[in-house]
Each structure stands twice: as C-alpha cells, then as structure tokens.
Ligand binder design. Structure first.
Ligand code: ADP
Ligand code: AMP
Length: 216
C-alpha cells in the first residue's frame, strides 16, 4: 500500500509516518529528511538545497523529482511507502503519477491532516528529535518519558532544525498555501483524497489514519 500524507508544516505528517513505519513495516519517504541528509553529507544536492531550506522556500522540482525517483528504485520501496513532504507542487504530483505508473506501483490513498494554522508555530518551534535514531518529540506535546533520554533508543543527544524558527515557519506556510494546497484538489479529482482532523491528539489521529488504511 502506498500513501501520501498531506498537510502544512507541523501538521503531524512525520509523527504519523514514523508510527506507521514502526507498526506496519511501510517505509517513510521524507523528502525533508533526505535533503537534510544531503546537506549534512555536503553532496551537490545538499549544497544547492541548504540556503533554500533555511529561507523556508521550496527546492526545485527537478531536484526533488530526481531524488524521489532514485529512492523508489531501492528494493524496500516495493513493500509500501508513505510519502511525507512530497509532492509539494502540481508538477511534482504529475511526475509522481508518471513514476509510479512506470514502476508498476499504485497510489492507494492521499490523506490530508487538517489543522488550525494558529497552532502550527507552536508545534514547529517546539519540535526536536533524537540525534541518533530520529524519533520525534515536542517540548510540550510529546516529551520524553525520562527527561533528556530518548524513549526509542536511550540516546541523550537531541537536535533541532535550523528552519524551525517562527520567521521561517511563516514563510513555509506561505509556500504551502501558494504551491502545495492546490494539490489537494488534484487528488480529490482522482477520488483519492481523505481528510482527517490533525488537531486531535496523536493517538486519535493515528486511529483515524489506521481506519482509512484498513478500509482500503
Ligand atoms: P510535520 O512532519 O507535518 O511537519 P511533525 O510530525 O514533525 O509535523 O509534528 C510537528 C510537531 O508537533 C512535533 O514536535 C510533534 O511532536 C508535534 N505533534 C505532531 N502531531 C501532534 C498532535 N496531534 N498534537 C500535538 N502535537 C503534535
Ligand atoms: P520538511 O522536512 O518536509 O518540513 O521540509 C523541509 C524543507 O525541505 C522545506 O521547507 C523545503 O525547503 C524542502 N523540501 C522538502 N520536501 C520538498 C519538496 N517535495 N519540494 C520542495 N522542497 C522540499
């Protein structure tokens, strides 16, 4: 089963994708994570993407489509993927359709997490993750069970994203409205779009998502 999680920055896409990955063996394909890995490794893509990401803008369609196309060639992608952060433009959505068709893969559902925009700045600026295993947390909404220790792997090292500051979040939200929100209609027209309440607590969002996947 292949699904797309849609929603603005901080909607909860990564949180839900990590959980589906752990529970169902689906693979989370986060283009943001892939770009951050490229930045950390200093690859040509990373060198191009860094300033764009720090400014809260979108990396070019050409780069993103090539990145996802390569990733879908890896064998684990055949067992079901969760697209998290991709597609973000109509051009990316069209390219994804073509790629999936070419690889004999199909899209089962596109789930949009709807959120109150006023909540997003707090969600994003309070976000942190384990530096070792990547498990996601929040200063207020998802603290570690033991202070300073990752629940998942026991590491005591955490990190925050350089773009998770208020000014950049607002720019990312503007990009979302202008370039990404229109793709909801693209998938609604294909009969694939479902919406769930992303303001509910994380367990409820997960249950709503699981119900959609189990039905499909
Ligand atoms: P996205 O991947 O859509 O940008 P995340 O999954 O990283 O969003 O969530 C952003 C922050 O909000 C994280 O710190 C996460 O712990 C927290 N969060 C996610 N879902 C919820 C929720 N339903 N209620 C409250 N906080 C949430
Ligand atoms: P995310 O981790 O999804 O919040 O993405 C972080 C940043 O990476 C975004 O603000 C963009 O600069 C860039 N990015 C991630 N995915 C895409 C994409 N599909 N298209 C363009 N830019 C992207």
């Amino acid at each position: 089963m292949n699904i797309i999680l849609l929603g603005p920055p901080g909607a909860g896409k990564g949180t839900q994708a990590q959980r589906l990955q752990a529970e169902r063996g689906m693979v989370q394909l986060s283009t943001g994570d892939m770009l951050r890995a490229a930045v950390a490794a200093g690859t040509p893509v990373g060198l191009k993407a860094k300033a764009v990401m720090d400014a809260g803008q979108l990396v070019s369609d050409d780069i993103m489509i090539a990145l996802i196309s390569d990733r879908l060639e890896q064998p684990d992608a055949k067992g079901g993927v969760i697209f998290d952060g991709f597609p973000r433009t109509t051009a990316q959505a069209e390219a994804l359709d073509a790629m999936l068709a070419e690889k004999g893969l199909k899209l089962d559902s596109v789930v949009e997490l709807t959120v109150d925009e006023n909540a997003l700045v707090e969600r994003v600026t309070g976000r942190f993750s384990c530096a070792k295993c990547g498990a996601g947390y929040h200063d207020r909404f998802k603290q570690t069970r033991v202070a300073g220790v990752c629940d998942a792997c026991g590491s005591t090292e955490f990190k925050r994203r350089p773009d998770d500051n208020e000014a950049t979040v607002r720019q990312r939200m503007a990009e979302y409205h202008e370039k990404t929100a229109p793709i909801s209609n693209y998938y609604a027209d294909k009969g694939l779009l479902k919406r769930i309440d992303g303001m509910a607590d994380m367990d409820k969002v997960h249950a709503d998502l699981a119900a959609i996947l189990n039905a499909g």
